[in-house]
Design a protein. Structure first.
Length: 267
């Protein structure tokens, strides 16, 4: 199975697919409108971003937070055999279309790998492994087969097992269920949130400074603008780089060992 270390972007082995494939609209996340399949005007000839060191000040917070879960380099190097869309323009369409699918596959693998690594997952380990094998098979699909992958079905096959892995991990903590709740701007500073489910919840702009988030379920939680200064996230479940990239933290914030603090976090 693909390791968690492989499920992180390596832009040096990609062809800037995330700077071309997605569409975005002028907003607080993006300073301009960009249609799908059109290179960003800040994309340089070496496939690197010419404003990467100042994305947020330039109005591209959405780009700063984006993470492909390693889908970009897998598409570039494995699915399309290292062929650059600039020198092989006939591959541009399928390659850009494939990014959404491969990113979705890799995101599911990110969650499955975490669930499999939990010692509490023993009762469902066989089921998790079976689903992971099917998702891995989809990730290895040939270029002409990738477009036929049913991403919704893959996510659906993992959903119940990921939920059960979360329940087993949180069972002894007695945390509240806030799955799907709108907690925008909530003041949860210093709160004992161990074992709480925030799955799919809105925590936009929430104040979570110094909160204990041990084994909190954060699958699909919107953390944009949330204050995580001093928060204890080292044992949080299903946390991603994209979530961290949209949030605010500091040097006191603790994270899982395979996640790094974003560059824009304060001291």
């Amino acid at each position: 199975m693909t390791t968690r270390g492989e499920l992180r972007a390596d832009c040096t082995r990609c062809f800037a697919l995330c700077c071309v494939a997605p569409a975005f609209s002028r907003s607080s996340e993006f300073a301009i409108d960009k249609p799908a399949g059109v290179p960003c005007p800040h994309l340089a000839g070496d496939h690197l971003c010419s404003i990467h060191d100042r994305l947020r000040p330039e109005g591209f917070a959405g780009c700063a937070a984006y993470d492909c879960f390693g889908a970009g380099q897998r598409l570039a190097q494995q699915t399309f055999g290292g062929h650059d869309w600039r020198t092989h323009p006939e591959l541009a369409g399928p390659m850009m279309a494939g990014l959404r699918v491969m990113r979705g596959i890799h995101e599911v693998l990110w969650y499955l790998r975490e669930a499999l690594d939990l010692d509490t997952s023993d009762p469902i380990r066989r089921g998790l492994t079976g689903v992971a094998d099917r998702v891995e098979q989809a990730a290895g699909a040939a270029a002409d087969e990738l477009a036929q992958v049913d991403l919704k079905a893959l996510r659906g096959s993992a959903e119940a097992l990921l939920g059960e892995a979360s329940r087993l991990a949180r069972a002894d903590l007695g945390g509240a269920d806030h799955a799907g709740d709108d907690l925008t701007g909530a003041d949860l500073r210093g709160a004992d949130l161990r074992g709480v489910s925030f799955r799919g919840a809105l925590l936009i702009g929430a104040r979570l400074g110094d909160a204990d988030l041990y084994r909190v379920d954060l699958l699909g939680t919107d953390l944009r603008g949330a204050d995580l200064g001093g928060a204890r996230l080292s044992g949080a479940l299903y946390l991603t780089r994209t979530q961290l990239g949209g949030a605010l933290g500091d040097r006191r914030t603790t994270l899982p060992s395979d996640l790094d603090p974003p560059a824009h976090w304060s001291g």
